[in-house]
Ligand binder design. Structure first.
Ligand SMILES: Cc1ncc(COP(=O)(O)O)c(C=O)c1O
Length: 380
């Protein structure tokens, strides 16, 4: 049986050339980038190159890129700065953030801060007026993600960032799902801090970055040997960083092709979904990532559907990877006022350049058969 991987928002495979770029740093190039001998200098220059490649991906300056162990650490580092800089006040976090943002922000309440969720409208969008009304003199940080990992909904980040700029509040953006899928311009966006994760777009797992605007002084979170310009201590994971850089360069030069290809797959799947009775496609009218389709089939719970599809060789997800296995409706769908019964049936399909229209047609046929089988049972 052929297996079809359609869960690229949880983790995409390594992009072309990434493994080859990494291998020397796992084998003969064992130098520590902090060492001054030639092996150290060689490793250090590999970091410099990767930093430039990652900066190019999002139009930032390499000096603004701080490598971290992934998106989760980058989000935690950004949030932890609030407790370091202030004694009180509040943080505003969109209701649809990944738990890697929500949980550290909520943790601030233990240190005397208030934590408020910024609601989204039923289309999954943070409205500018809502954010404007929520910011006051005690707001220390605002956090809104660029694109949602479940629905794929894209926010109007430059507008939200400019509201924060006017009010003098730092704006943090989790761009983990947007990077490599959309054209991002850190410098033009007005964002003060942005977080990235390599494994979402063709780099290895366990490496990411926090990008900080030069206008913002933000404290370090992990202290020690002073690596990363004293902004994130710990010996750098050179091979992973090199892989991150190589993946960033690959997706930068393949972005148009990726978008066109994924959009074609998305349209093919959605066209077929429309023919299946009882299907809801979430946020269908919103601007979404080209590679993401989030939908529910009436009468199914997502775990049953995931298992039925797994048996037929399709790997899909019920939403955020960390939420898999939990039988609670997605907080993202709840924030969009989707009823619990529909939300419990949510299935996410996320494509990559490796997927084909044929695979999408096969998946749609499998879904249609499951729906037919279910209707047949119900009508017996
Ligand atoms: C939007 C978003 N933010 C953060 C993360 C966490 O990133 P990482 O897996 O690199 O820790 C994820 C992972 O699913 C994500 O989708």
């Amino acid at each position: 049986m052929a297996f079809t991987y359609l869960d690229n928002n949880a983790g995409a495979g390594l992009a072309e050339g990434v493994l080859d770029a990494m291998l020397p740093y796992l084998q003969q190039q064992q130098g520590n980038p902090s060492s001054s001998h030639r092996f150290g200098r060689f490793a250090h220059s590999a970091l410099d190159k990767a930093r430039q490649q990652v900066a190019n991906l999002v139009n930032a300056d390499p000096s603004q890129v701080i490598f971290t162990s992934g998106g989760t650490e980058a989000n935690n580092q950004a949030i932890a700065g609030v407790a370091e800089l202030f004694h009180d006040g509040k943080v505003l976090v969109s209701a649809i953030e990944h738990p890697a943002m929500l949980e550290p922000a909520q943790r601030l309440t233990r240190h005397g801060f208030e934590f408020e969720l910024i609601p989204v409208n039923p289309a999954g969008i943070v409205e500018a007026d809502t954010l404007t009304d929520m910011i006051d003199d005690t707001t220390r940080l605002v956090s809104v993600m660029w694109a949602n990992n479940e629905t794929g909904v894209i926010q109007d980040i430059p507008t939200l960032a400019s509201i924060c700029k006017q009010k003098g509040v730092p704006f943090l953006c989790d761009a983990v799902q947007a990077a490599g899928k959309l054209e991002l311009d850190f410098n033009a966006s007005g964002v003060d801090m942005m977080t990235l994760s390599a494994h979402k777009f063709g780099g290895p797992k366990g490496i990411g970055a926090l990008i900080v605007s030069p206008d913002l002084e933000w404290p370090s979170y992990i202290l020690g040997g002073g690596q990363e310009d004293d902004k994130r201590s710990g010996t750098e994971n050179v091979a992973a960083i090199v892989g991150f850089g190589a993946a960033a360069e690959y997706v930068t030069s393949h972005l148009a092709e990726y978008q066109q290809h994924c959009q074609q797959l998305r349209e093919a799947l959605e066209k077929r979904l429309h023919d299946i009775p009882g299907v809801t496609i979430f946020a269908e009218q919103s601007q979404r990532l080209p590679n993401t389709v989030f939908f529910a089939l009436q009468g199914f719970d997502s775990d049953t559907m995931l298992m039925a599809l797994d048996k037929q060789g399709f790997a899909v997800s019920s939403g955020s990877a960390c939420g898999t296995g939990r039988q609670t409706p997605s907080h993202v769908l709840k924030a969009m006022e989707i009823d619990d019964l529909t939300a419990l049936g949510a299935v996410r399909v996320s494509f990559s350049l490796q997927n084909t229209v044929e695979q999408v047609e096969q998946l749609a046929t499998a879904l249609a058969k499951e729906a037919e089988r279910f209707n047949h049972l119900m009508n017996r």
